[in-house]
Design a protein around this ligand. Structure first.
Ligand SMILES: Cc1cc2nc3c(=O)[nH]c(=O)nc-3n(C[C@H](O)[C@H](O)[C@H](O)COP(=O)(O)O)c2cc1C
Length: 308
């Protein structure tokens, strides 16, 4: 039987369903290239905004090894699109399939960043409406269906490049936000960003993170991500492609997201805490073994399997 790991996300095809999640190893062209060469299907940049930002005070990342998870409050630190553009141009010269994650404090900033980068032949723009670690933009947008609709609609009118919307799990009704994004004209839904979280040092009696609060990622959030993808697929069926994110540490986790309804997955924390080249190789081996055992010839045959 012929077997292919290639997957279609709307009208984009990538060589396998594994994509580097935004913010982890995605701050320079060299780390992004390295992750593609490690065997991923595509890479996503750190979220890029209108101006340079240094992010929140340190410590901004804290490992929770006992639950293979991380809490971070990095807070959209980035050099701004005018400077980061040079890195994207190098990725384009190398033909690295790249998705650019963008954010803004408001609609005008989202528009400015898109205008400044839309001539580049990137695979898609991922709209980060879901960062929990910032006062403006981020999840403040992603919890407001009207704002989500308006921003997506305006950006849609400005580009033909696919627009992906990255959803926050920190809402009571994800379908309401997702529907607003779809109505605005987005091409793909991505779930999930980090969960609101906090850690306290019992000896100093103070929060550990400089920003006090943060977002939880890693193994602990995988069942949450699965549930969101499942719910989105229940609602939208195959009308809109879904990408699952959160807690992928093993090939089995990727298969679980596909069965829940995802056409691809994004992987962050695990690639940042282990040797990524080995991780990607193990992921690939596991997916191929599963496909062989269950006689799947393509990723699309696995997608949504739990709903059938
Ligand atoms: C240190 C760190 C920085 C992150 N920065 C971003 C970011 O800039 N933009 C974004 O959309 N998500 C960001 N994320 C969230 C991840 O892309 C991903 O949604 C989340 O970590 C869950 O996936 P994981 O469990 O595989 O890490 C960040 C996560 C971490 C751990």
């Amino acid at each position: 039987m012929v077997m292919s790991l290639a997957t279609k996300i709307g009208n984009i095809t990538i060589r396998n369903p594994m994509i580097l999640a935004s913010g982890v190893l995605g701050t320079t062209y060299s780390t992004l290239n390295r992750m593609y060469e490690a065997g991923l299907g595509a890479v996503i940049t750190k979220s890029i905004g209108a101006k340079s930002r240094s992010g929140n005070p340190n410590p901004s990342v804290f490992a929770l090894n006992e639950i293979r998870s991380v809490i971070n409050s990095v807070g959209l630190a980035n050099p701004g699109y005018q400077i980061f553009r040079e890195d994207i141009e190098i990725l384009m010269k190398n033909s690295t399939p790249t998705i650019v994650s963008i954010f803004g404090e408001n609609k005008e900033e989202f528009k400015e960043v898109l205008e400044g980068l839309k001539d580049l032949p990137v695979l898609a723009f991922e709209l980060n409406f879901s960062c929990p670690n910032t006062e403006m933009g981020g999840a403040q947008i992603g919890t407001d269906p009207d704002l989500v609709y308006k921003i997506v609609k305006e950006l849609r009118a400005k580009t033909k490049t696919p627009l992906w919307v990255k959803l926050t799990p920190n809402v009571s009704d994800v379908i309401e936000i997702a529907s607003a994004a779809v109505k605005g004209g987005c091409d793909t839904l991505v779930a999930i960003n980090t969960l609101k979280a906090m850690v306290i040092d019992i000896h100093t009696k103070q929060p550990i993170l400089g920003y006090k609060k943060g977002g939880l990622s890693g193994a602990a959030i995988k069942p949450v991500g699965i549930r969101y993808v499942y719910d989105l697929y229940e609602h939208f069926g195959d009308k809109i492609p879904l990408i699952g994110v959160g807690g992928i540490f093993r090939g089995e986790d990727i298969i679980e997201y596909l069965l829940a309804g995802a056409s691809a997955v994004e992987i962050g924390t695990s690639l940042g805490v282990a040797y990524p080249e080995n991780m990607v190789r193990f992921f690939q081996m596991k997916i191929k073994k599963y496909m062989k055992e269950h006689q799947f010839g393509s990723i699309s045959e696995i997608t949504g399997g739990v709903h059938r």
